[in-house]
Design a protein around this ligand. Sequence first.
Ligand SMILES: Cc1cc2nc3c(=O)[nH]c(=O)nc-3n(C[C@H](O)[C@H](O)[C@H](O)COP(=O)(O)OP(=O)(O)OC[C@H]3O[C@@H](n4cnc5c(N)ncnc54)[C@H](O)[C@@H]3O)c2cc1C
Length: 421
Amino acid sequence: MPNLSAELSTVVVVGSGIAGASAAQTLRSEGFRGRVVLIGDEPALPYRRPTVSKDFLSGATAAEKTTLKPDSFWEEREIELITGATAVGLDTGRKRLTLSSGETLQFSALLLATGGKARRLDGVSGANVFTLRSMADADSLRASIRRTGSLLVIGGGLIGCEVAATARSLGAEVTVLERDPSLLSRIVPPEVSTMIASLHAENDVDVCTDVALSSLDVSDDGSARAVADDGRSWNAGTVLVSVGTVPEVTLAVAAGLRVHNGITVDGQFRTSADGVYAAGDAANIPGARDDERYRSEHWNGAQAQGIAAAQSILGKPTPFTDVPWGWSNQYGHTVQFAGATRFDDDYVIRGSIADRDFTAVAVREGMPVGVIAVGRPKDLRTVRTMIARGGAVDRAALADESVALTDVLAGEREGRVAAAR
Ligand SMILES: Cc1cc2nc3c(=O)[nH]c(=O)nc-3n(C[C@H](O)[C@H](O)[C@H](O)COP(=O)(O)OP(=O)(O)OC[C@H]3O[C@@H](n4cnc5c(N)ncnc54)[C@H](O)[C@@H]3O)c2cc1C
């Protein structure tokens, strides 16, 4: 493997979210002395996006408390942070990036860390209809919730559920409309969905499932009326459309890069163009198995990818074996999840879902492939290690609370060693 770092003079990072910021930081911590430019189209310093649906939306945390690092951090490391600037043109042949200001930047390597954007619903728009991705979105949404006192959330996924909980803390009447039969059905089993629905019910959120929306009308005064195919209807002053995330690939597509549900990269975060890399929510990366690819939509995954991409740019690639994981906070409960679960997975439960203190391990073909935990961060870490390691797991031991999960993990290791002898 040639050491490319000798040929590098300028690394440009597009997108100053956690993936881009972590990459810029890693370039320096790994000893790169050339020019590092970090470009973000948002006006703020890089910040913790997960606060956007939680304490920043509620108003409990001020904008300056959400920043990843103070301004001085970037200056001291000689990372040229350009905020409020959009990269609008990428010439991969000439290795040149154009900004909306008309400025051009020559690069030896470029990282696309452009993240994602909220999916929109065709024909659904209006003064009080919002999507949520940025602090600016949260400012507008918060103001509308306060002004109107009622919120209709379309989409009962992670962000929809979090915003519902936050809006209750703002005193709003909240209704959640979910197309599927249960909340968060793409990532948690039905029992956990039921538990989350009961949390919302206890907090006076009206959760409506199996909703096939036939219309959403926004009147001139901003109030909205949603009608479902089966005749049910709802009125609210504010509407949040929270129906998923799509990768931000505008620049990549225009530059002719290979894109399929995100910017396609190999195991070293290299795109189809020489010297151009991608990481974070915008990237579609190889999974653990040869036939698997995925796009992470979680904070820690984007951070890990940014770090790994920077190492790769410096000619020091390491195998990327991260088991993706994320978390959600609702009404003071933290739900953590990891791995790649499917709706048809079989779960082994440790603890009690009803008591909101459990670890649910998804087991497929005898192997742990995913986990959901409430109030058990240590369990989550241990099961992530099991998933990364692969191999069969002892289901009875997994379910038995008297056996520590670390012992289950150690037992599996011993079993594998014994089997190999
Ligand atoms: C409301 C909300 C709550 C969340 N909560 C959680 C949570 O609790 N737990 C969790 O694990 N994950 C959570 N996530 C997901 C997590 O925040 C993302 O996975 C993570 O931020 C992705 O990081 P990223 O750097 O890849 O992209 P982003 O954070 O999207 O950053 C990309 C940046 O690039 C900018 N950009 C895009 N195109 C250009 C361009 N052409 N020129 C310049 N700049 C550009 C974007 O504006 C953005 O600032 C949440 C996400 C949202 C939206």
